[in-house]
Design a protein around this ligand. Structure first.
Ligand SMILES: Nc1ncnc2c1ncn2[C@@H]1O[C@H](COP(=O)(O)OP(=O)(O)OP(=O)(O)O)[C@@H](O)[C@H]1O
Ligand SMILES: [Mg+2]
Length: 295
C-alpha cells in the first residue's frame, strides 16, 4: 500500500440526498442522491419529463423538496433562491430568462447584486450607494463579457441578441454572482453545431476557473465530451451514474433513450410494431454504414 502526504484536493461542493418532489399525485423526483465535487463537470440526462429541471428547482430553492436535503460545501441550504445564490450556487434556465429591454451589460450587473452590498432595487434605481459600487461591478461585468465573448455587444439590448448569445449572456449573468457551482439547464438548446462547440469550450474554461458545473442537456455527444461523470434520471429516479463512457454503454440508459417500453407499459404493442418495421427496413438496406463512431 502506498501512502501519500498530500492533502486531498477534492471537496464535495454539492451534496443532495434523498431529494423527492411531489406535485399532488405525481412524484416528479424520487429519492435522488447526487454529489458534485470541486473541479468536476457532472452531466444530468434523461428523457423529456424525467424530472431534471424539477431537480434543479429543488437544488436552487425554487421548489421546497417534499423530502431530502441539499448541502453546499457542507452546509445545508434553506430552500430560498436568494440564499442559495448567496451561498454560491448559480443557474441558467431552460427557458431563457433575461431582462429583454436592458442592455447586455446591465443584465450582468443585475446578476452581481448578490455580491454587492447594494441590493437589486438599488441597482435598478441607480441609488447613490449603487453608483459607488458600480465602477467595480462594471469592471467585473465587462471581464465576464470578455470571458463569454460578448464584450462587443455590451450596449446592445438583450432582446436583440441572437439566441445562442442570449444563452451565453445567461451564463455571464450567472457567473456574476461569483458562484462555486454553476447549474446549466440545456445550455445548447437551439444552438447550431459551431455554437455548441463554443459552449463546450466555455464550460471547460469555467471549470478551469475553479467552478464546479452540473449540466442538463439532451445532446448526448455534448454531454459525453464534456462530463467527468453522468447521472441518468428516468421517471424521477436516478437509474445509473458513472463515468461518461460507462453510462453511454449501459443497457438501461440505451433502453430509456430508445424508449424501450417497460413490461406492460401502454404502447408496448405499438412500439414492437415500429421496431419490427424498422428491422424490415434495415434488412432491405443491408450494406448501409455499420454503427460508425463518427466523433
Ligand atoms: N410545477 C409543477 N407542477 C406540476 N407538475 C410539474 C411541475 N413542474 C414539473 N412538473 C411535472 O414533473 C415532471 C418532470 O418535469 P421536468 O420539467 O422536471 O422534466 P425534465 O426532465 O426537465 O424534462 P425536459 O427534458 O422536457 O425539460 C413532468 O411530468 C412535469 O409535468
Ligand atoms: Mg427540463
Amino acid at each position: 500500500m502506498t501512502t501519500t502526504t498530500t492533502a486531498p484536493t477534492t471537496t464535495t461542493v454539492l451534496d443532495a440526498s434523498g431529494v423527492t418532489m411531489r406535485f399532488g399525485g405525481l412524484t416528479a423526483v424520487r429519492g435522488v442522491d447526487l454529489t458534485v465535487n470541486t473541479g468536476e463537470i457532472v452531466g444530468l440526462i434523461g428523457p423529456n419529463g424525467a424530472g431534471k429541471t424539477t431537480f434543479f428547482n429543488c437544488l436552487t430553492g425554487l421548489y421546497v423538496p417534499t423530502e431530502g436535503k441539499v448541502a453546499y460545501k457542507g452546509t445545508v441550504l434553506p430552500p430560498k433562491p436568494h440564499l442559495v445564490t448567496q451561498a454560491g450556487i448559480a443557474r441558467t434556465f431552460q427557458n431563457i430568462r433575461l431582462f429583454a429591454n436592458m442592455t447586455v451589460l446591465e443584465n450582468v450587473l443585475v446578476g452581481r447584486h448578490t455580491r454587492t452590498k447594494e441590493g437589486l432595487w438599488s441597482a435598478l434605481l441607480r441609488l447613490p450607494g449603487f453608483r459607488k459600487a458600480e465602477e467595480a461591478s462594471r469592471e467585473r461585468a465587462m471581464e465576464l463579457l470578455e470571458f463569454t465573448g460578448l464584450a462587443a455587444k455590451a450596449d446592445h439590448l438583450a432582446r436583440n441578441l441572437p439566441y445562442g448569445e442570449q444563452r451565453k449572456l445567461e451564463i455571464a449573468r450567472a457567473l456574476a454572482s461569483e458562484p462555486g457551482l454553476l447549474l446549466l439547464d440545456e445550455p445548447t438548446a437551439g444552438m447550431n453545431p459551431q455554437e455548441t462547440r463554443a459552449a463546450e469550450e466555455l464550460i471547460f474554461a469555467i471549470r478551469d476557473q475553479g467552478i464546479a458545473v452540473l449540466v442538463i442537456e439532451h445532446d448526448i455527444r455534448f454531454i459525453m465530451n464534456l462530463c467527468d461523470r453522468v447521472a441518468v434520471l428516468v421517471q424521477g429516479e436516478k437509474i445509473v451514474e458513472g463515468p461518461a463512457e460507462v453510462v453511454q454503454a449501459d443497457e438501461r440508459v440505451i433502453a430509456a433513450y430508445l424508449g424501450e417500453p417497460f413490461e406492460g407499459a401502454p404502447g408496448a404493442a405499438e412500439a414492437a410494431e415500429v421496431e419490427a418495421a424498422e428491422a424490415d427496413a434495415a434488412e432491405g438496406d443491408a450494406h448501409s454504414t455499420t454503427e460508425g463512431d463518427d466523433k
